[in-house]
Design a binder for this molecule. Structure first.
Ligand SMILES: [Zn+2]
Length: 344
């Protein structure tokens, strides 16, 4: 049984999850990007019996759950950090913990054994977005879940332990302080200016024209002004298009086309690269948070962030939370915006 412990010194939480020790990382040959070491991949089509039973899948008509015929598939994480059970909160002096309540799901992005997101087609990226939309919309009904983290670890340096493309969803019974502070800033900015913070940033990026890679009707692809990671890119909504669980089909297609472009350009420049990807989600249950989120869609815009992991972080980053990025975002954007490589 895992536990969520409150770190009173740093105003944050940690998840103590002994189950995670048994993850398959130890057996992986680090030079083997396939990551199979001769074993059957549990995420490949035809190996459905090797995973827990599916929670959700985008399936071909006439196919059955836990059998072949899917485009994306969602299963509970076998080495989960949290599980859906009634949470109990415990106090002892300065110590405070919950039994590890929450959701921890794996979205298998494709039935094909591909190990880089750059290998997905635009149609597969749309199916991936549709799957997250369905899962977040479903979990929103569980009043005990206050916040959902949606992220991807691709490659050893980004923390991946299973090489077959997948995405993780973790639902928490509280809003992490990092995100609570972020939403408080969004609300404050909206109160002062009447605008969503990301709208202001997007407007500034469009004025400056120094870090933009591409755009379409509803979204902007750019390297953020204060990029923490070299070649970091963001796809941000240019207007209110809702959140991951309320995006329209058209909006998902527009995101997928910019995402495909970003991945292709990044791969052209960096080769196969390790990265983390995250999607912004506002708190689900305003009543459960300390923020009065009257209308999350007004203050929070959809955003997707790709953080290439080209360098390891050291003590300075761990101690201060400040990341040193050796590549200026203006240079990264210039390189990624050019279709043809300017060699030499
Ligand atoms: Zn596989």
């Amino acid at each position: 049984m895992s536990e969520i412990r409150y770190d009173r010194l740093h105003d944050t939480h940690v998840i103590i999850a002994p189950e995670r020790l048994h993850r398959p990382d130890c057996g992986i040959d680090m030079g083997d990007r396939e990551g199979l070491g001769g074993k059957k991949c549990p995420f490949c089509e035809g190996n459905e019996a090797l995973t827990p039973r599916e929670i959700f899948a985008l399936r071909k008509e006439g196919s059955y759950p836990n059998e072949k015929g899917w485009r994306t598939r969602v299963v509970p994480n076998l080495y989960r950090a949290l599980q859906i059970e009634t949470p109990h909160r415990h106090h002892y002096g300065a110590f405070e913990h919950w039994e590890g309540f929450g959701a921890h799901e794996i979205i298998i992005d494709t039935p094909r054994h591909v190990t880089s997101m750059t290998q997905l087609t635009t149609q597969e990226l749309v199916a991936w977005l549709e799957t997250m939309r369905a899962r977040v919309a479903d979990l929103r009904h569980d009043r005990r879940i206050a916040y959902i983290a949606l992220f991807k670890n691709e490659g050893i340096h980004a923390g991946a332990t299973q090489m077959h493309l997948h995405t993780q969803l973790i639902g928490l019974p509280f809003v992490p302080p990092h995100d609570r502070h972020r939403f408080a800033r969004y609300i404050e900015h909206h109160r002062v200016t009447g605008e969503a913070l990301l709208d202001t940033i997007v407007a500034n990026e469009l004025e400056e024209q120094k870090r933009i890679i591409a755009s379409n009707e509803n979204f902007l692809l750019f390297c953020p002004y204060a990029s923490a990671y070299p070649f970091e890119v963001m796809i941000a909504a240019r207007r209110n298009v809702g959140q991951i669980d309320t995006l329209s089909q058209g909006a998902m297609e527009q995101i997928a086309s910019l995402l495909a472009l970003a991945l292709e350009r990044l791969r052209g420049e960096l080769g196969i690269f390790d990265f983390n990807l995250s999607i912004t989600t506002p708190p689900l249950q305003p009543n459960n948070t300390e923020i009065a989120m009257l209308s999350p869609d007004e203050v929070c815009r959809f955003a997707l962030r790709i953080m290439p992991r080209l360098y390891r972080h050291g003590g300075f980053e761990a101690a201060t939370g400040i990341i040193i990025n050796p590549v200026a975002p203006e240079l990264a954007a210039k390189i990624l915006a050019n279709t043809e490589r300017a060699d030499g």
